[in-house]
Design a protein around this ligand. Structure first.
Ligand code: GDP
Ligand code: MG
Length: 388
């Protein structure tokens, strides 16, 4: 809602100068822009519109997995490698359980100490939406801001609690799922939907017992899934109905109540990249290399063991999504989901911010109490008012 105490003209000129400083690459302007978007303050949509026109460029890598798996440690290790390549990095940590503050990155000052003072890296931690998690639209908008600001790469950490974990596909081009021997077996990971979202699996804490067994289980589960998915794929590159249905289903369920359901595939989540799932759908030419074999790697984030293989896998996945057309598909799905999100958010704002609507709700409640209506009759009346 516009703040009536601030004259519109001065707000507009403040926004213009923010946009200008943002475009000049001033980090302070990025920080202000992020706050503006995060708090959904007046001007945030104009700001996003102004800076996003250029389209996405950054390489977005998401790390997800259970708390304590070593996501932050791995992210820090990976970040150091990319910094050594002179890449400019944006980092977003979404964790409802860790009280991140100021420059205290990712819950561990010591490991990230060097990075926290590096001007080539911009770090922001954000809250997830509600106790069930889920990436807030504003979080995805912050990633877009970082992209527009010109970072070469954006690293995102989300803690694996239900929807947040799966929704990382809506934010990242490459999804790294981090598990540890203690986090359970591959069947659990399969049930949690992790096989669908992982582009790279990492079994971290390889120094602990059970790492090799977990790697083997994950590989078996991936094969199982690829085999099963293959049965759904019609011959001769026909229409992949299974995939089309999933996409429509996910979108419909998120549009219906404004919140993605816990069971649905995250809205806009691109079809994932096992050999079978990457089969081209209707109208697409098969890419030069239409399949991606999800690597299952082991690391020790504390010693850096396995890190070169992780970097290699990230680079290989990048090359694959670019050459196969998968990146374009993922970006398109992401943009579609964003349009839905913004429309949903605006409809809610318009509906529940309207005084006549709120009055109708109260009047409707009185009628329901008097036995003269139901929530449905009142809702119909309100919709009639809004759509008039
Ligand atoms: N033994 C061992 N400990 C690790 C490893 N990676 C991370 N840790 C430790 O596990 C704990 C959780 O790590 P953190 O990166 O904060 O996990 P996150 O919650 O997934 O971000 C920290 O105490 C780390 O030092 C590893 O490879 N081996
Ligand atoms: Mg962490």
């Amino acid at each position: 809602m516009p703040d009536p105490s601030v004259p519109v003209s001065s707000r507009a000129s403040a926004l213009d100068s923010l946009i200008e400083r943002f475009r000049e690459g001033k980090t302070a302007a990025l920080a202000r822009a992020v706050s503006l978007v995060e708090d959904e303050r007046p001007g945030s949509q104009e700001l996003l519109h102004a800076v996003l026109a250029r389209g996405p460029r950054a390489r977005r890598v998401g790390f997800t997995g259970p708390p304590g798996a070593g996501k932050s440690s791995l992210l820090a290790a990976v970040a150091s490698v990319f910094r050594a390549r002179s890449e400019r990095l944006g980092v977003v940590a979404v964790d409802p359980t860790s009280p991140y503050s100021g420059g205290a990155l990712l819950g561990d000052r010591i490991r990230m100490g060097d990075l926290a003072t590096d001007p080539g890296i911009f770090i922001r931690s954000m809250a997830s939406r509600g106790s069930l998690g889920g990436l807030a639209t504003t979080t995805k908008e912050v990633l877009d801001l970082m992209d527009a600001f010109g970072f070469d790469r954006i690293l995102v950490e989300t803690v694996g609690v239900g929807q947040t974990e799966l929704e990382i596909t809506a934010a990242a081009d490459t999804v790294v799922v981090v598990l540890v021997p203690e986090s359970g077996d591959a069947i659990q990971a399969m049930k949690a939907g992790l096989m669908e979202i992982a582009d790279v699996f990492i079994v971290n804490k390889a120094d602990r017992p059970g790492a090799a067994r977990l790697v083997k289980e994950i590989r078996q589960a991936l094969h199982l899934r690829a085999g099963r998915a293959l049965e759904d794929v019609p011959a001769h590159h026909g229409v992949d109905l299974g995939r089309a249905g999933r996409e429509v289903g996910g979108t419909a369920s998120s549009a219906a109540d404004g919140t993605p359901s816990a069971t649905a595939k995250p809205s806009g989540a691109p079809a994932k990249s096992s050999a079978a799932a990457a089969k081209p759908s209707a109208g697409e030419a098969p890419g030069p290399d239409a399949s991606w074999d999800v690597p299952v790697l082991t690391t020790n984030a504390l010693t850096g063991e396995g890190l070169p293989e992780v970097i290699e896998a990230l680079d290989a996945h990048r090359a694959w999504i670019e050459s196969s057309g998968e990146l374009a598909l993922r970006r398109r799905a992401r943009t579609r989901a964003r349009i839905h999100d913004v429309v949903d958010r605006e409809i809610r704002r318009v509906a529940w911010g309207s005084v006549p609507v709120r009055e109708r709700v109260e009047a409707g409640l009185d009628r329901i109490d008097a036995g003269e209506g139901t929530p449905y009759s009142v809702a119909r009346e309100i919709l009639g008012l809004l759509l008039r």
